[in-house]
Every structure is written in structure tokens, then in C-alpha cells.
Design a protein around this ligand. Sequence first.
Ligand code: PMP
Ligand code: GLN
Length: 378
Amino acid sequence: FPSRLPHVGTTIFTVMSALAAEHQAVNLGQGFPDFDCDPTLLDAVNDAMRAGHNQYPPMAGMPQLREAVAAKIHTLHGRQYNAATEITITAGATQAILTAILATVQAGDEVIVLDPCYDSYAPNIEMAGGTIVRVPLTPGTFRPDFAKISAAITPRTRLMIVNTPHNPSATVWTAAEMQQLEDLLAPTNVLLISDEVYEHMVFDGAQHESAARYPGLAARTFIVSSFGKTYHVTGWKVGTVAAPAALTAEFRKVHQFNVFTVNTPMQVGLATYMQNPAPYLELPAFYQRKRDLFAEGLSQTRFKLLPTAGTYFQCADISAISDLNEAEFCQWLVKEVGVAAIPMSAFYGDGFDQKVVRFCFAKQDDTLRAALERLRKL
Ligand code: PMP
Ligand code: GLN
């Protein structure tokens, strides 16, 4: 039978994690913490299960979790979302993004993505029958190029996807850039997915510029986030979408026939845990220290570091070390040196190679030191 996604293989994250396990490598490839979450959160979920929260929750998610998410967005960004009609709990950001695309994109609609971008966006657009329009971020700096974005908008453009803090480049959009996006989209009907899964990983005193802070953006945007990143529980697959009621209504039509609901006890436990803002308020300092530890070590190698303003990724140029392309280098690194990384080319539609690889520093200090010891030999 014909393939739905003929050009797609297994994701680079799955491939690299398997290679890392096979070669007993230090896995700095796929983005996930190698340390456990706060036991208080585990207790909250355990309590929820013991209290009998083990049947289907409401389709849109447990009310107390939607209320907690709405309250957090209001406190941090000053926009009040209605928990009943504008917040939906999803099976991770991945499902949120697919569902938002399926809910809005019809066959032949154009969707703008900014290359490099997270690897699920393009196949998701294809699954909806949409046309992928790739606009490159500025080479070298990875800043949005508004002239290029503007030139890519046509009457067929239905949706655009942005991501800040940005995977894989670790850049963070500025207020001026968000403002420019708001101005650019103002005369259009283009909808937006703002992928903000790394919202609490912004460093050096900078602020996360959520689309929620920009009224002209918020009115057209699905804001996507993920508890997996914020609370060190990527395996739980619980995420959120905040969007105006009309967009949320369309989102939920697809959501109910996609997953219908997301597991109940995690939602109840997360709602309890969210009452304390400290864990997410402390996250920037927690990860900035790890960034600095890893960057300091890597600066003593022949890798050339790119700046990390946000996320838990450190990108590095390999050109002083090897003539291999990124993908070959990562294969060699995991097999011969024992460290897994992700080639930046995996995030481009055309496999563009700029001799840059991505390391994940969401790891115990000892894991980072073990990786650095191996990388120092290069
Ligand atoms: N978007 C981006 C930019 C990501 O990096 C990730 C996680 N790798 C996701 C979405 C998916 O998040 P989740 O694990 O909650 O599905
Ligand atoms: N988002 C994670 C990363 O970029 C991986 C998630 C996945 O494996 N799909 O590394």
C-alpha cells in the first residue's frame, strides 16, 4: 500500500539513543534528563492514584490543571486564558502540535516553518495534506529574517510555526522580534503555533517572550508547552495548549478523536505540584549552571561553541576536528569516542550541513564530566 510518509525514516533521536546504548556511549543526543524528578511530584501523582483518579478525565483535561495553567500564564505573561474554553491538556507537545495542524490545515494550504526546526513539524504538515514552506533562519545567527518570512506569505498561507527558546540552535527570540512578527501577521489571516516547550530555560537574566504577551499574536496562536521539559518527566507525555476559544473549539474537535483524553493521575498530581511556583522559577538557574559547566569543559576542546541563550542544548562547530559531515561525525563520535550528539542537519528539510552538532546538557554533572573527558581527547 502507498506510504503516508514516503520520505520519512526513524527519528534521529531514536536512532542516536539506540546507537548510544549499543556502544555504551554517554548519551548527550536525544533531549531528556538523566536524573529523576522532584519526589514531591511523584508523591502528588501517587496520592492522586490512591485517591481514585484512575478513570477518564474530562476530554479537555482535568479542570484543576487547566486552572493552574491559566493562572500561571496570567501571572507570568499578563494574559487571562479561560480554563474552560481556552486551555487543553495534551499527550505532550508532540500531540498538541499535530492536533493543532490537523485542526487548521486543509489540503493545499501552505504552512511556514523556519529552518532549522523540530523534526515533527514537516511530517505533521504532510499528514494534514498541507504544503511545507521552509524559510531559513539567518545562517550563523539563527535569527528570524522578516523580509524572507514576509516574502513567503501568500493567500494560501494558513499557518506558521515558531519556536522560542529554539531547538536546536538554543537561541531565544527578543521582544523586538516578537513585535515584528506581530506587525507582520497583523494584516493577514495566518494562524500561529508558538512552540514554547523550553519556556522556563532562558538564561543570563533574559525573559521568555511568550506569544501570550502580544495581543495580536495571542489572538491567532496555539501556545504549546510541555511538563516533560519543565518538571524533568519527558516520559509522562503531558503538554498544554492555550488558544482563543474559537481556535480551541476546533482543536478539541480533532483532539477528542485523536487521543480523547490524557492520563488522569498525572494531571491531578501536576495540578497539585503547580501550586508551588518555585520549581519552574528555579529552572533557569538550575540549567544555567549546567550550561556553564558543560561549556567551560567544551571550551577546552577543539569544538567551537555557539552561544546558548535558552533550552538545554549546546551547539558546537566541528570543523577544527574533522572533515566528516555532521551526520557522519555523529556516527563516528558515538562509536569511536563514546559520546552521542545530534547533527544539526537533521533539523533541515534539505539536510543542510554547517559542521555543527547539538549536545544536550540536561544531565547529571558526573555524566557531563564523563562526556567531557572523552571529548577532550579529540
Ligand atoms: N517541540 C520541541 C521544540 C521539542 O524540542 C520537543 C521535545 N523534544 C517537543 C516539541 C515535544 O515535546 P513532548 O515531549 O512534550 O511531546
Ligand atoms: N525533543 C527531543 C530532542 O530534540 C527529543 C524528543 C524525541 O525523541 N522525539 O532531542
